[in-house]
Design a protein around this ligand. Structure first.
Ligand code: SF4
Length: 311
């Protein structure tokens, strides 16, 4: 039976990175924001207080165990149950990841803590940083991202600008912009976001929309054609994040109930995601999902005709 981990999940199908081994440094769900589109659901601990939620040793011991078991992935990604920069020992953890795996490290962050010099120093060690920026003004920031009290758009932007300037030459920055219908999918916002992305000198801009079940059920995905139109406002043209293109696993392997539950506790996934990213056999995984649903151990949400599963 595959080992069950508290911090490590996946590899999961990442539309942008291939097979990405996730490392989760936070208890569910700890963030500086409570985005309407968040696929993890509502933020239960809305905070900007950086601290160690778990010891770095605990996290790195799991990773060592995973590596020694002969597992493989394309990249290690810091993401999961909230904002990774909230973890105070992030610098130590990234150094440890590189020593243990020799894999590139990606940091998915909302960028709101970049005003803190020690947070910027830790993020500087990542090979890819994916910050998000969904708004060009305070009102839209509040509407889309619902920040923790005391976090202003001006402060957020100032930190992001500082980080992008200091990080230059260290690795790649892929800025993600999440479009929410009726909130930030209008010409004024998109033009302003395009200008901001240029002044930040990011390596690319990626446009996303709610293709997975969001925190607020009313948030709908924007049709692909419309997203492609908005992409034209960016120079160079933004990429509309497409479906998963990771390298397939060499062989299919068995999946246990315990492992499936552990994976779904970190991320909302469809049957296709589980089969493509994990190499699980389709019929067995389908049967297991049905069994877990019957036992009420997981739940299902349908979006645009596709079923997604989560704990
Ligand atoms: S989408 Fe990211 S930044 Fe927004 S609430 Fe979820 S975890 Fe936090």
């Amino acid at each position: 039976m595959a080992a069950s981990y508290k911090h490590i999940f996946g590899p999961v199908a990442s539309r942008r990175l291939g097979r990405s081994l996730g490392i989760d440094l936070l208890p569910f769900k700890t963030c500086t924001l409570d985005c309407v589109y968040c696929e993890c659901g509502r933020t239960t601990d809305l905070t900007k207080q950086r601290r160690d939620f778990f010891s770095p040793e605990e996290v790195l011991t799991e990773l060592k165990d995973w590596k020694e078991a002969g597992n493989e992935a394309d990249i290690v990604t810091l993401a999961g149950s909230g904002e990774p920069l909230l973890a105070l020992s992030l610098e130590k953890i990234i150094k440890g990841i590189k020593e243990i795996t020799n894999l590139p490290c990606c940091l998915i962050t909302n960028g709101t803590l970049f005003t803190d010099p020690s947070a910027r120093k830790a993020a500087m060690l990542a090979d890819i940083v994916m910050p998000s920026l969904d708004a060009a003004d305070e009102a839209t920031f509040k509407a889309v991202n619902r920040p923790v009290e005391g976090l202003s758009f001006a402060e957020y932007l100032e930190g992001l600008e500082l980080f992008c300037r200091e990080y230059k030459g260290h690795g790649k920055i892929y800025l993600e912009i999440f479009l929410v219908p009726g909130v930030n999918d209008n010409e004024d916002q998109i033009k302003a976001l395009s200008l901001l992305s240029r002044s930040l000198h990011v390596d690319s801009v990626q446009l996303n929309t709610a293709v997975r079940p969001p925190a607020d059920k009313d948030v709908r995905p924007i049709p692909r054609e419309e997203m492609e139109e908005w992409a034209r406002y960016f120079i160079p043209r933004a990429e509309v994040i497409a479906s998963y293109h990771g390298s397939p696993l060499k062989e299919r392997r068995a999946v246990s109930e315990e492992e499936l539950l552990e994976t779904l506790s970190h991320r909302v996934m469809s049957l296709e995601d589980l089969v493509e990213a994990k190499g699980y056999p389709l019929p067995e995984t389908e049967a297991l999902l049905k069994k877990l649903l019957e036992k009420s151990l997981i739940r299902r949400r349908t979006q645009d005709g596709k079923d997604f599963y989560y704990v």
